[in-house]
Design a protein around this ligand. Structure first.
Ligand SMILES: O=c1[nH]cnc2c1ncn2[C@@H]1O[C@H](CO)[C@@H](O)[C@H]1O
Ligand SMILES: [Zn+2]
Length: 331
């Protein structure tokens, strides 16, 4: 389903939502973390979505196991390294991994800057060993509130040169984007890109807010964008990239099924939308699986699948020079 002569990307993948189940189990034993079970068949349904969750919140609750086991900075480095290995194993040439320093540091009260450094270290080593290019996106966890998000941003900016962008994730309805205008001013002043989780499950006003007030040039999900035709036009006319994650949307019940996923409509509207995994640790998905479902479930044509793959490279938070260098690898 993917085209080998084109660069394959995964631009929306939470590093702290992509911890291998086996690693969760091993780290839990290492750090004496209580789990509902210690054998994989019994444990798996707690860690991963079996059919679907009733809501985004229910899906996100499953992620908590993945950070509960991060007992020290070596554990953080390990999951970061394994993330890079797993992205490469998906056949991806260029990946963007995002993570929340506060979410990862929280359970064992690790130093946030140390977490950032350990992630950088692990991802760099994994990318080097697997001959793949990976960039990092820092996440601000909306649910922690304004003050905590400023501290989280401090930790990210302490290693500014190792990031390409910042994102806002978590509880979109409880903590709307208006609370984070100052944070994203700081992000833009640091010359970092902006992508925002919006319109999943929040209303179209949340997407407008991300674009107009936070300065987003990319959107995570935006599954509710089709409710407002003017918004779709705006997204197309301003070359806003949409990071679609169909399996995650079906699992979180923000889209009823693949065959009603808006990706097809985005592409039909001329919007730059790409295919991504979101949280493979809970969804047990991969980039090849997303392309397969885009064809068989969403019903994209072969030409649309090629367009989606090209869109990934076009939307990437990299320079045009890097884009050309990546594409040259394939020729
Ligand atoms: O699909 C999603 N929607 C909104 N927030 C998410 C999603 N997946 C993960 N996170 C959030 O991202 C941070 C970890 O990277 C956590 O805040 C988690 O709740
Ligand atoms: Zn996400």
């Amino acid at each position: 389903m993917t085209n080998n002569s084109l660069i394959l990307t995964d631009l929306h993948r939470h590093l702290d939502g992509s911890v291998r189940p086996q690693t969760v189990l091993e780290l839990a034993q290492q750090f004496n973390v209580a789990l509902p079970a210690y054998d994989m068949p019994t444990l798996r349904p707690y860690l991963q979505v079996i059919d679907r969750c009733p809501s985004v919140e229910a899906l996100l609750a499953k992620l908590d196991y993945q950070v509960a086991v991060l007992g020290d900075l070596d554990a953080v480095r390990r999951v970061a390294y394994e993330n890079a290995v797993d992205v490469a194993a998906n056949g991806v040439d260029y990946g963007e991994l995002r993570f929340s320093p506060a979410y990862m540091a929280g359970p064992h009260k690790l130093p946030m800057q140390g977490v950032v450094e350990a992630v950088i270290d692990g991802v760099q080593a994994g990318a080097r060993d697997n001959d793949i290019m990976i960039n990092l996106i820092g996440i601000l966890c909306r649910g922690d509130g304004q003050q905590a998000c400023h501290s989280e941003l401090d930790a990210i900016l302490s290693q500014r040169d190792h990031f390409v962008a910042c994102d806002l994730a978590g509880d979109e309805e409880g903590f709307p984007g208006d609370l984070f205008v100052e944070h994203f001013k700081r992000v833009r002043n640091a010359d970092l890109g902006v992508t925002i989780h919006a319109g999943e499950p929040g209303p179209t006003s949340s997407i407008w807010q991300a674009l107009n007030e936070l300065g987003a040039t990319r959107l995570g999900h935006a599954t509710r964008a089709p409710e407002d035709p003017k918004l779709l036009d705006f997204i197309r006319d301003n070359n806003i990239g949409i990071e679609s994650c169909p399996t995650s949307n079906v699992h979180a019940n923000t889209v009823a099924d693949y065959n009603v996923h808006p990706l097809k409509q985005f592409l039909g509207h001329g919007i730059i939308a790409s295919l991504n995994t979101d949280d493979p640790g809970v969804s047990a998905n991969s980039i090849p699986f997303e392309y397969q479902m885009a064809k068989e479930g969403i019903g994209l044509s072969d030409a649309q699948l090629i367009q989606v793959q090209k869109n990934g490279l076009q939307m990437a938070f990299i320079s045009n020079c890097d884009r050309k260098a990546l594409q040259a690898k394939k020729q």
